[in-house]
Design a protein around this ligand. Structure first.
Ligand code: MN
Length: 287
């Protein structure tokens, strides 16, 4: 089976959000997206004392895509205009299908505020095709015990959790409308892994912390590897303890027009999104 190799390694830019420093690997000055993946924010890792463990991003809208939180360390509470109010512990996932509109907030879970500890998450924006941008919004979550484990070639103490899609005959608990396959990896040193990939898919490997190799290329802390689109297999080796997010999706090949929290196909649709939010058509969230 033909193996994928790395075509580029993206370095992050840094910004401040919700009282934290964020590494932004996508988009950057070189690339607007890695279709269908639009934005990748990495918060942490940071050790927070209880009195400072109060991360908070207040109510805000989204339309036209899926904002997803992959929680690697700590605890997060999500509230939204559909009436959801749920907390997860790491490793866990909150997967929002914003589609025609949702308002949500994110903050430290009560348990995390009380106890503090290590905190780290990835916020990922996955685009939706035009045909799914205006369907009803939805929210899914997955907790640690729901996430199946993918097996390494040389079983050690590391773990790779399957979040969405199928691999090794297992199925992730999150149902992705666009067939996204996603994994959260907590590798120990010298673990090797083979994953089957779909033909022509966009495949990304983001290293939160650690040191891995794909083929003869190395990927380090806060680097995003974009793989070529040929071949049906990903081979990965960890050189030390590493936390990794692996993503695979089919390119939409549609026009992308984005403004703030909205990602649509035309400027007109962006104007409609702003109007609909102001008219309350994306719902309400008092928080
Ligand atoms: Mn958001």
């Amino acid at each position: 089976m033909e193996k994928r190799s790395i075509v580029s390694i993206q370095q992050p830019e840094y910004l401040r959000l919700g009282g934290m420093t964020i590494a932004q690997a996508l988009p950057n000055q070189e690339i607007e997206q890695a279709d269908p993946f639009l934005l990748l924010h990495h918060a942490g890792p940071v050790m927070l004392k209880p009195e400072f463990a109060n991360f908070y991003v207040g109510p805000h809208p989204h339309r036209g895509f899926e904002p997803i939180t992959f929680l690697f360390q700590g605890g997060v509470r999500h509230k939204d205009s559909l009436g959801n109010d749920s907390s997860i512990q790491a490793p866990g996932v909150q997967w929002i299908t914003a589609s025609r509109g949702i308002i949500h907030s994110e903050q430290s879970s009560d348990a995390f505020k009380e106890n503090g500890g290590n905190f780290e998450l990835i916020q990922l924006w996955v685009n939706l095709p035009a045909a799914q941008k205006m369907i009803p919004p939805a929210y899914q979550k997955a907790e640690t015990e729901e996430l199946p484990l993918i097996e390494f070639n040389n079983p050690n103490a590391g773990k790779l959790y399957l979040v969405s899609g199928e691999q090794q005959g297992k199925k992730g608990p999150i149902n992705s409308l666009t067939g996204i396959r996603s994994y959260m990896g907590f590798f120990e040193a010298n673990e090797t892994l083979d994953l089957n990939l779909n033909p022509d898919s966009t495949t990304l490997v983001y290293v939160l912390e650690g040191h891995i190799t794909i083929g003869d290329q190395e990927v380090n802390n806060k680097e995003l590897a974009i793989l070529d689109q040929k071949g049906s297999q990903l081979n990965l080796e960890s050189l030390k303890h590493s936390r990794v997010l692996i993503l695979e999706g089919n390119p939409l090949e549609e026009e992308v027009v984005s403004w703030g929290p909205y990602v649509m196909n035309t400027q007109r649709e962006i104007m409609e999104a702003m109007r609909d939010y102001n008219m309350g058509k994306m719902g309400f969230l008092a928080d």
